[in-house]
Design a protein around this ligand. Structure first.
Ligand SMILES: CC(C)(COP(=O)(O)OP(=O)(O)OC[C@H]1O[C@@H](n2cnc3c(N)ncnc32)[C@H](O)[C@@H]1OP(=O)(O)O)[C@@H](O)C(=O)NCCC(=O)NCCS
Length: 176
């Protein structure tokens, strides 16, 4: 009887890496004339989802977007670049790191505006979670990033369990 190789179909981080660049238009501005934070979050989610889809070769849904800190404003006229790469995969879940850089093409300056971690779940045609290929870390930096991601995902799972317990206790309280 032949045993299945658990790393069969595994893919490297480089295979699904994504870089998206987009010019920031006036219709993306907020009241102060800077680019609206929600526009940036949408682009982060799109770049992250594309990396996850390239790895899974299936549809994905977003389950978590970790807190996003905007360190610098993005201005209308900047070119926003989003670099997305996988940091971890579970059975059906995928964590992607997205780094956002704003370029002032006239001045020739680049500013890192924020970094986000987004978790996606690969789904089948019925919207049910489906397994994803294993992820290969090719160097020490990628291995360290993967270890940090495992710890983040363990923390999220713990939080999720706590939230489930809190909800079930609150349902019981409402029934008495
Ligand atoms: C994603 C979804 C299909 C998962 O269904 P589910 O019944 O929760 O499935 P599971 O409990 O088996 O979780 C599936 C995976 O997601 C992970 N996951 C789910 N919720 C999570 C959370 N809050 N944080 C981290 N990981 C989470 C689980 O750890 C599991 O990972 P693994 O298979 O790698 O171990 C379901 O929650 C859903 O449809 N959510 C809505 C998604 C959505 O509409 N997003 C916005 C638009 S894209």
């Amino acid at each position: 009887m032949s045993e299945q190789n658990p790393s069969a179909g595994a893919k490297t981080i480089a295979e699904s890496r994504v870089r998206l660049s987009q010019f920031m238009h006036p219709d993306q501005a907020n009241g102060q004339g800077n680019v609206h934070g929600g526009e940036i979050m949408k682009l982060v989610d799109e770049a992250g989802a594309l990396a996850a889809i390239r790895h899974a070769r299936s549809l994905v849904v977003t389950v978590v977007m970790d807190s996003m800190t905007f360190m610098e404003p993005v201005f209308v006229g900047n070119v926003l670049t989003l670099d997305a790469q996988l940091t971890y995969v579970g059975k059906t879940s995928i964590e992607v790191r997205v780094e956002v850089t704003a370029e002032n093409a006239l001045a020739g300056t680049h500013t890192t505006t924020n970094t986000a971690y987004v978790v996606y779940v690969a789904i089948d045609s019925h919207g049910q979670p489906q397994s994803v290929p294993p992820l290969i870390a090719s160097n020490d930096e990628e291995r360290a990033e993967m270890q940090a991601a495992i710890e983040r995902q363990a923390y999220r799972t713990q939080q999720r369990e706590r939230e489930k317990q809190r909800k079930s206790v609150s349902r019981e309280v409402h029934h008495v």
